[in-house]
Structure formats: C-alpha cells, structure tokens
Design a protein around this ligand. Structure first.
Ligand code: IVH
Length: 671
C-alpha cells in the first residue's frame, strides 16, 4: 500500500518531537511540554503505526516496550573491560592517591580532576553503531556481561538514536542504572500492599528490575541512568579531556549527572566530597560516595591500570550510615564452613531509609572487645550492601545479659570448636550439620557458581528439611512430582527449576571448582586452578607444594584444597555430579613459556629507579613469583639500599643476591 506523503511527514514530525522532548526532560532537566501533551503525541503516533504497520521502525519511540520475554540472557564480551574503582575512606587515603598520581606523572603542581557523584546502582554498557542503540549489557565480571538490550530499551532516557551527526561510528557508553529514591519507596509500598517481595534497597531493586527476562516488568519499574564514561570508540577521536567527553555525550542525548564538576588540585576534591555529603539527603537518588578522575586522557593513559582498577581514578566513600537501637537477643548462625556467627536481633530501626532488625556481631572476640551484651543500647551501621553491624555500645542496662558461645551447634548439636589463635568458632558437624549442608548447596546454586536460576535460599531450606536432598548432587535426582508437591511450588515453577538445573550442567571448570565451596577458594583462585591444572583429575592428586606454585595460593589455601580432595565424601559428590552430566569445555593450560617462570624473588631495601610495586609487577610479567621472605625456595634476593634482615638471611642461606644494577640487567635480558 502506498503511504500518503502527509502521513510520512506527520510520523517523522511526531517521532522527532517525542525524542526532542525526552531529551529536554531527561537530559537537560528542562521540560518543554506537559506529560499529558507528550502522551497525546505518543498515542497519535501509535494510532498511525497501527494503521500503517510498514511504517514501524525499531527506533520508533513506540517500540521501547513490547518485546517478548526472553528464555535467558546471552553473553556479551566487553572488548574494553568494565573496571571497578579503588576505594578511599579518609582524606588521607585521598591525598595519598593524589601523591601517587603526581609521582607517576612527574607533576609537582596540582592535577586537574573531574569530580562526580558515585551512584549506587548497576554498571551497564550501551553500544551505539552509526548512532543507533544496538546493544546494552551488564558489567558481569568486567570481561563478560549479560545482554540486556531489550530491558535497557525500556528506559525512556536511553536514546534509541543519538542526536546530531558528529558521533563516532561505534560508541560504547558506560553508565550506572539506578532507581530514584521516590520510585523505590513507591515500588515497595505497592509490593507490600500486594503481599509481594520487598527490595532491601534501591540498588537491589535496580539490579532485580534489570535482570528480568520479561522486558515488560523492567518497563514497569522506575529506572534511570547516568553516563560516566566510554568504552570502545571507533571512527572519531573524542576530546582529550574526560569532562569534555561527558559534555559530548550530553549533546548526543545521553544523561549526565549535573553534579559533575572539574577542579584543580586534590584539596578542591575534598571540598567537593563535603559539599556532596551535605547534599546527599536531598538528592533524588542514592549515592555512596564521589569519584575523582584525572581529567586529562593523555595522563590517564600514562597512569594506566593495576589489575582491575585504573590508577587515575578513586572512589571516595561516605562514612557508613548509623542509628541507635537495642539488642533484644542474640542467636548464632551456622555458615557453609561451620563458622558460628553471633547475630543480634534488634528492635527494628530505620537506617538511611532501610529497616534493619538484625546486625552481625562478627565473632566472639568482637563481642568481648566491644563489650556487647543482650539488652544493650547500641549504635549500628549499614554501609551500602554490607550486612549491618554493631559499632559500639552507648549504654548498658541492669537487665543486660552476657553473650556466651554455645558449646554445641544450635542446629545439629555437634561440639563447637575454637582453634587457638583463631577468632572463629566452628561447628564440627561438617556435612552432617543441616545448616552447613544448606549453606553449601546455596553456594553451589548461586549466580557466580553454577547459576541455577530459581533455586533460592528458601527453596534449598525446604528441600533439605524435607530430606529430598542432602548434597548438591542430589539436586539432579529431583523429579517434577517431588518439586511440585512442595509448598508454594506450582507445576510450572517446578518445571522451570528442572530446566534451570539442566541448563546449569553446561558450565566451566572454574565455576565448577568455585561451586564446590572449598574453603578459601574464591572465584579468582578457582580460575587460577582451572588455568593451571586444565582438568579436575590432576587436581585430585595435587600436593600442597605444587599448589603453592600457583598465583595467589599460599600454604593455608593449599592445605584446604588438599584436605578437600582427601575427603571420600567429596569424591562421591563430585562423581555423582559428573555422572549427572555436568560438563565444561576443555581448558587449555596456560603455557609457561615466560623467561622467569619457576623462579622466586625476594625484594628488600629501596631501589632508586623502581618502586617495590613496579619491580614486583615487572617480575610477575616475566612469570616469576615474588615472595615476602627468604626460604629454601628463593632463587634470588634483590637488595636495594638499606636492605636488612632478609639480606642477612640470604647470605646465610647462600642465595644469590643481586644489587640494583644486576637486577635491572636481568630484567633487560629477559624482557
Ligand atoms: S567510573 C574505569 N564513575 O562504581 C572506571 N563508576 O566501584 C570505572 N560508579 O563499576 C568506573 N558512579 O558501577 C565510575 N561516576 C562514576 C560512577 C561509577 C558509580 C560505579 C560503577 C563501577 C563502580 C566501581
């Protein structure tokens, strides 16, 4: 059907007006028309598109919502990693940061910084190709995120088409999706009325809303975004100052925080921190601190990165939020490794808008050190996502009662043991203890482990209590009938869980190792183990000695790993898991072809041309290990000026000692 020209014109005009008004409303914070007028235009456009479906384009303002629910999120590889930031908590941390920056830049005068609020939400990356929004993703682990394009499209302030013409052919914008305070309160109020789940804080609400498979749910949530940087850029050179890049993003239609400013020197950064702290309550969104970034891109490049954070930026956090309340009772929780944590049940109190009724007391040493009793009036604090804790006692009353470590586990009644010199007391029940069983299964199912969607904490509790499972491997024996028979479980959700279990079988060796819950083996260690051993079998026979050749693994971790694989029960569970079909792609073992692999260095004294950190980095880049003390395993001791006891020990043990010149020569020959 031929579409009349006046209709074509009208559609173009409506789309342009709708987009321009969004830009005025969300980016410039200066609305030009009323909400009702906007809605009217929107309805008009919708009506025309209904009549002439051929006119619908993916970037039409009507096409933000309405995509069908996804089965799962696909993965997105970040070509430029999404990094995190180092934290500073005191003014001194901040001035130290500035000193490091100036040292490296050889700058005696002040450095120019961009100061920005640190929003408490979820980091995302928006990819534009030729001005069109083509992909949106979460940060994930920084290298791989989830594709949440359809969800991000539902945010009115995310332009589907960039404004103007001078944007780069490829532009990845980095920003933070957050839920404004008012929207969060309204969402929770509504949920409460309907008896639905309540979010603990705006950050969780934002994250939960973005990770919905059904974009219609995301669309119904009051989400917003601020952009604070760029990733991959192709086809155009951006300005050489961070603040100017932000200004460009704004002209292209992307929302930037209006509280961002540029200052000279670190003193002014500290003043900015104070100003924002005073303003914090009044802001429409939660911030947990501010960020300082070296403004010159050239200087940023010169400074570079250390592991996962740039050297050119730092987050200056606000002090945690505190409140007064009373400890009504104390209970002991048993964790995955049997650790007993005293938890204070509090008279509920609101801390920064969140109701707190439990706080951790960490361990008995802390209880004694802070002289905490039941019945005490205390100060509690909440910092971001961290579990609230008791900071100190304000007043102790007559009715106070001492807190005692129980002699037996409150869950399985096994003996509680506290090893000399360790702060933590543990239940000795091992996997006989239902609490430890539950926690280890929850860990196994968690997102960063086997990622079994829908297997939440409550469900694991239910399954263990109903004796349907005793370990992680039993999960794969569950039948539809068994699951559907559980309370609050319909056939549909039971089937969804079976599907999720099936899906989780395809994993990676690193994830699998992490999910086993070996003590002290976190994600990073699991990745290193996978990289070094390539498969599970060789790990079974690894010794404490060989394990310690791996990055980050010291004697304690090595001991835990060996102990784990020495346990017959663990082998049975692993066998069963593999039989159930858990599998992973082959890992190619990192070939150690670097020049100094297998050599251990100890650094002592001061070098004149390198800091200790730099020397360490250079050695590690060549495959060497840098240890803190001289032992039989030490290959070389590098002795700078004022070398002390380590040099003495090296001489006693007849270890080769290198002076600075010899050391630099060695680096040069191998680089
Ligand atoms: S810059 C390479 N700027 O904080 C620099 N991050 O702790 C990477 N965040 O993952 C981040 N506001 O999610 C930057 N103005 C801001 C920010 C900000 C919030 C978040 C972001 C990041 C995390 C790092």
């Amino acid at each position: 059907m031929k579409i009349p020209q006046d209709i074509l014109n009208k559609v173009e005009k409506l789309r342009h007006e709708l987009n321009e008004n969004n830009y005025h409303y969300y980016v410039l914070d200066d609305p030009k028309i009323s909400d009702a007028a906007w809605d009217k235009m929107f309805q008009e456009l919708k009506a025309i598109e209904l009549e002439y479906p051929d006119l619908v384009t993916p970037d039409s303002p009507t096409q933000r919502i309405g995509a069908k629910p996804l089965k799962s999120f696909s993965e997105v590889q970040h070509e430029i990693p999404m990094l995190s930031l180092d934290n500073a908590f005191t003014d001194e941390d901040v001035t130290d940061f500035d000193e490091r920056v100036r040292d490296r830049l050889g700058e005696t005068e002040s450095v120019q910084y961009s100061c920005e609020p640190k929003l408490d939400g979820l980091a995302v990356s928006l990819r534009y190709e030729n001005g069109k929004f083509v992909q949106g993703s979460t940060r994930g682990d920084g290298m791989t995120g989830e594709n949440i394009t359809t969800n991000l499209r539902t945010l009115q302030m995310v332009p589907l088409q960039l404004r103007g013409k001078d944007y780069p052919a490829v532009l990845e914008v980095r920003g933070e999706v957050y839920m404004p305070k008012a929207g969060f309160l309204a969402l929770n109020k509504n949920a409460e009325e309907k008896g639905e789940k309540i979010f603990a804080n705006p950050r969780n609400a934002a994250a939960g809303s973005l990770r919905q498979l059904d974009p219609n749910i995301t669309a119904s949530r009051p989400l917003s975004i601020f952009c604070y940087g760029v990733g991959k850029v192709e086809g155009k050179k951006l300005p050489d100052k961070h603040s100017e890049i932000l200004a460009c993003l704004k002209t292209w239609g992307l929302p930037i925080s209006s509280d961002t400013t540029v200052v000279d020197g670190i003193e002014k950064c500290l003043a900015y921190h104070q100003k924002m702290q005073a303003k914090r309550e009044k802001l429409a969104y939660e911030i947990d601190g501010v960020v300082y970034k070296v403004n010159s891109i050239k200087e940023q490049e010169e400074l570079g990165f250390v592991s996962r954070a740039p050297r050119w930026a730092i987050a200056h956090k606000f002090p945690a939020e505190q409140a007064h309340t009373v400890i009504e009772s104390v209970e002991f929780q048993v964790g995955r490794t049997g650790a007993l944590t005293p938890v204070a049940r509090l008279k509920p109190v609101s801390v920064g808008g969140v109701t707190v009724s439990n706080a951790t007391l960490h361990n008995m040493d802390e209880v004694r050190r802070k002289q905490i009793h039941m019945g005490d009036e205390v100060i509690i604090q909440r910092a971001g996502d961290v579990i609230p804790e008791v900071v100190s006692v304000v007043a102790s009353h007559h009715a106070k009662k001492e807190i005692h470590l129980p002699a037996h586990c409150p869950v399985c009644h096994s003996t509680v043991e506290q090893i000399e010199g360790e702060a933590i007391a543990r239940c000795t029940g091992g996997l006989f203890c239902p609490a430890q069983r539950k926690e280890s299964i929850k860990h196994f199912a968690s997102r960063r482990a086997m990622d079994i969607e829908g297997l939440g904490d409550k469900l694991v509790d239910q399954l263990v209590e109903a004796k349907l499972i005793t370990n992680a491997a039993d999960l794969f024996d569950l039948s539809l009938e068994q699951l559907a028979d559980l309370e609050r479980m319909a056939e549909k959700s039971a089937q969804n869980l079976l599907d999720a279990l099936e899906k989780s079988k395809k994993t990676t060796l690193a994830r699998f190792l992490y999910s086993l819950g070996i003590r002290e083996v976190g994600e990073a260690t699991a990745k290193n183990l996978a990289k070094s051993y390539g498969d599970l079998q060789p790990l079974f026979s690894a010794t404490e000695e060989t394990l310690q050749d791996i990055e980050d693994i010291g004697p304690v971790v090595a001991k835990h790993i060996v102990a784990f694989f020495a346990e017959e029960h663990n082998h049975k569970v692993i066998d069963k898991l593999i039989k159930a079909g858990i599998h992973w792609p082959k890992v190619t073992v990192a070939h150690k072809t670097q020049a100094l692999t297998g050599q251990t260095f100890v650094l002592t004294g001061t070098l004149s041309t390198l800091t200790r950190e730099e020397a360490k980095e250079k050695l590690e880049n060549l495959g060497a290990k840098v240890a803190g003390s001289v032992s039989a395993k030490t290959s070389y001791v590098v002795a700078g000026v004022d070398a002390g006891s380590k040099l003495k020990k090296a001489k006693e043990m007849e270890v080769t000692v290198l002076d600075e010149d010899e050391f630099l020569k060695l680096l040069k020959t191998h680089s």
